[in-house]
Design a protein around this ligand. Structure first.
Ligand SMILES: Nc1nc2c(ncn2[C@@H]2O[C@H](COP(=O)(O)OP(=O)(O)OP(=O)(O)O)[C@@H](O)[C@H]2O)c(=O)[nH]1
Ligand SMILES: [Mg+2]
Length: 330
């Protein structure tokens, strides 16, 4: 499942250092010639694809990227230092456009691929350059040039890694709304969500993983009931499923089985996809009922499950810890 992550950044390459005017002053050399060095080159701004990044999240906070200026020239024809190029890391798959014209500047697909996006200004010339037969003592020098400045539009097509599935009204949209910045419609009736919502959830390392809130599945979805078929196709492209269960219904175990049967019926390996089972809305159960219900489901699925409340923010860190562990994310 895809959605587009976008960011707009300003990049400013370094200004070239100025050339200088200087003359040699050495003992025993009576009339030292011009010796002013050239300015250093301003640094470039370079984008580099980094396999460890998944989203453009960081660019929501930092948008201005200035590269260092070149240094002034020195005496004895010393050229000023050029600044180190400024390297901005972006996720693989980032498309880069000139924000003003929309023209595509490049597509960073492979890890460590680089794209220079703004060139530093040339350094100025020192007076040593202007020595001629007519002028043995030139004082002329030139200033460094400005670096390029560009407004860039970054675009990344994201794949959802985690799919939140369950019956209508289980609380899937509520869950993505508390885990990410996504703000889907939430209501106490089924089929509130008609198209998948995607949200970026921050990992412990700071980067993000894309979660998808999939519209509710119902019995017969695999045969095309409801909007089910389309969504099962989306789910197929995620790496991990969170099966969310409404703990407040009459027949919770029956509800669990409906979803399991649909995954099975759809095929394509969906029922073997890594899956975290989470019982939601637990804050409205009394503790003994919860223990009993949880035990029932654990016996049915054959392993421990999580008990959470999306609305009351209960056990959400535990849920995320399980997600990162399943995805192999430190
Ligand atoms: N008590 C309680 N209610 C919750 C919790 N999570 C969600 N709800 C409520 O459950 C109802 C359904 O929530 P949604 O997030 O819209 O459910 P959904 O799974 O996205 O539903 P569909 O989009 O219809 O498939 C809403 O009234 C929510 O406020 C929870 O942890 N506790
Ligand atoms: Mg919903």
């Amino acid at each position: 499942m895809q959605f587009i992550d976008q960011a707009r950044i300003a990049v400013q390459a370094g200004r070239g250092g100025d050339g200088i005017s200087a003359f040699r002053r050495e003992k025993y050399v009576p009339a030292g010639g011009p010796s002013g060095g050239d300015g250093g080159r301003g640094a470039n701004v370079v984008l580099r694809a980094d396999a460890n990044l998944q989203t453009l999240l960081d660019f929501k906070y930092k948008r201005l990227f200035p590269a260092p200026d070149g240094r002034r020239g020195g005496p004895n024809r010393a050229t000023g230092a050029s600044g180190d190029h400024l390297v901005i890391k972006v996720p693989c798959g980032t498309e880069v456009r000139d924000a003003r014209t929309g023209i595509l500047l490049g597509d960073l697909t492979d890890p460590d691929q680089e794209l220079p996006v703004a060139f530093g200004g040339r350094g100025g010339l020192g007076n040593a350059h202007y020595l001629s037969n007519r002028n043995r003592a030139p004082e002329k020098f030139t200033e460094g040039r400005d670096g390029e400045h560009w407004l860039l539009q970054l675009e990344l097509k994201l794949l959802a890694e985690v799919g939140i599935i369950g019956l209508p009204n289980a609380g899937k949209s509520t869950l993505i709304s508390v885990l990410s910045a996504a703000r889907p419609k939430i209501a106490d009736y089924p089929f509130t969500t008609l198209v998948p919502n995607l949200g970026v959830v921050r990992r412990p390392s700071g980067d993000g993983t894309v979660f998808a809130d999939i519209p509710g599945l119902i019995a017969g979805a695999a045969q095309g009931a409801g909007l089910g078929h389309d969504f099962l196709r989306h789910i197929e492209r995620t790496r991990l499923l969170i099966h969310l269960i409404d703990a407040s219904t009459e027949d919770v175990l029956g509800d669990v089985q409906v979803i399991e049967q649909e995954l099975q019926a759809y095929g394509h390996g969906l029922s073997e996809r890594p899956r975290i089972v989470a019982l939601n809305k637990i804050e409205i159960l009394d503790p003994t009922d919860l223990t009993e219900l949880r035990g029932q489901i654990e016996t049915h699925v054959g392993h421990p499950i999580l008990a959470i409340s999306a609305a009351a923010s209960k056990n959400l860190p535990e849920l995320l810890a399980a997600v990162w562990q399943q995805l192999g994310i430190p």
